[in-house]
Design a protein. Sequence first.
Length: 553
Amino acid sequence: MRNSSPDSLSAAFDYTGWREQFILTILRIACVLGVALLLLVLADATASERIFFIGLYLMLVMITLLPVPYRIRVLTLLGVIFINGAYTILTWGPWSDGSLFLLVAVALASLLFDRRVDYFVLGANLISILTIASLQQTGVYPLMGTRVPITTLSDWAVYSVGFSIAGIIIVVAIGQFKAEFARVINDMQNTFKTLMTERTQLEDRVRERTEELELQTNQLRTSTHVARIVAEIQNINELMETVTKLTSEKFEYYHVGLYILDEHKKTAFLQAASSATGKQLIGQGFRIEPDRRNAINLVVEQNRPYISSDVGFTNFVRDINFPLTRSRMILPLAVRGDVIGVLDMHSDQPQAFNTQDAEVLQTLTDLVAISFDNVRLINETKNLLSQLEINTSIQTRETWSKLTSRRKSAYQYTPAGVRPVFSIGKPDNDDGLRVPLILYGQNIGTIKLKRKGYAADWTERERSLVAKIADQVALALENSRLVDEAQKSALRDQMIANISSRVRETLDVESVIRTAATELRRVFDLKEAEISIGSPQADARPARKNTGALRLK
């Protein structure tokens, strides 16, 4: 429980402190106003009376200024008021204002003490009045006032009854007021305690929620840091190793393992682990059986996190490989809704995982799955590109080998101009610069340069420039070859289209054969073209049915 602030403490009503402050205020007022009353009384009083009243006033001043206890102050004040009232009645009888002093004493006793005291004060005042009446009626102590009317027994009886009624009304009224006031104070105290309790509970909830938000913020910040590092890795093995290592270090889990599923999602292979025990299990396959107690199976089937602990969870299954585990959380590695693996996290603390942790770490796991799939696609693309480059290189080598085998093309620049070179096989020992013509990694030719006059070394800049020119020459040669092949292919297609068009001009079989033979002879410039229909007699092989033959010469 936290300590209450001064403002909250001031909200609680202190009845005892209020009474002490109240009596002190009454005494101060009595001391100030008592001066005027004392001056009026002393004007007509005797010497003994003056001493008597001055002594009463000094008593009021002393209990007001001195640090005396509360009960002494109240009793002294009531005594002074009672003495003044009794002296006034004793001097002037029931027609004086002495009853006012006595009623004030009853009222103050009701306010400042419990009911037993105020009834006692009321009874004491009534007894005093009856005693004074008896003394005066019997002549033992006559009234001291010079102009006091003669009082009879009935006068004292009426006065006593009136005083009793007034006193009882005051006591009952003040008692009701005190009871209601006490009830209000009690309700206020209970309300104040309830508010303080609710305030404390609210502060505790706010503190707990703030701590949860701070923890979640730290987890999000850590997840973002780990995801940023993982996103920059282009190697699958390094990616998985980094994920398990950073997750274990940043989130303080003693073991983190990453499993990848096979094609049929029946076996999970441990690919990376952060703990020493986990590293020994890397490469092993764990069978995913359709069992409700198999955590990995539940994650793969339902594509949602799995949380368990040895405290408060009935589905907790202890792993013999990790006996220190007291809490475990498994998250699916999913790409486009397809689970490709799981991230298994172990903690040696009870109830170390909750729903908020699963939400934050699932975001990290999704990013890891996407990074894993992207790296896999990048590697597959690189492999395809590498294979394509190899195939292109092989095709280029075969194509240019066939092309150069049919003709040996070489040209030389001389002062007389450009001329073809027919003998390119003889060795050339002249000094000069030789730059190969490289096309898709294959050497399809050579550029040979020789300076005028004396031989001189070629600078690196000149070599680089010639190499760039050689690259462009190689591309130009390849483009020329492709254009030439395209033109030849177009001519072949045109020739086939023309022959097909002429052959299809008639539906007569003999006319079709005659036209086909004529067109073939003309196109290929043949000496003879023969088309026969039906199986030749010399061919007796029954491999497949032969409908005719074409012979060109």
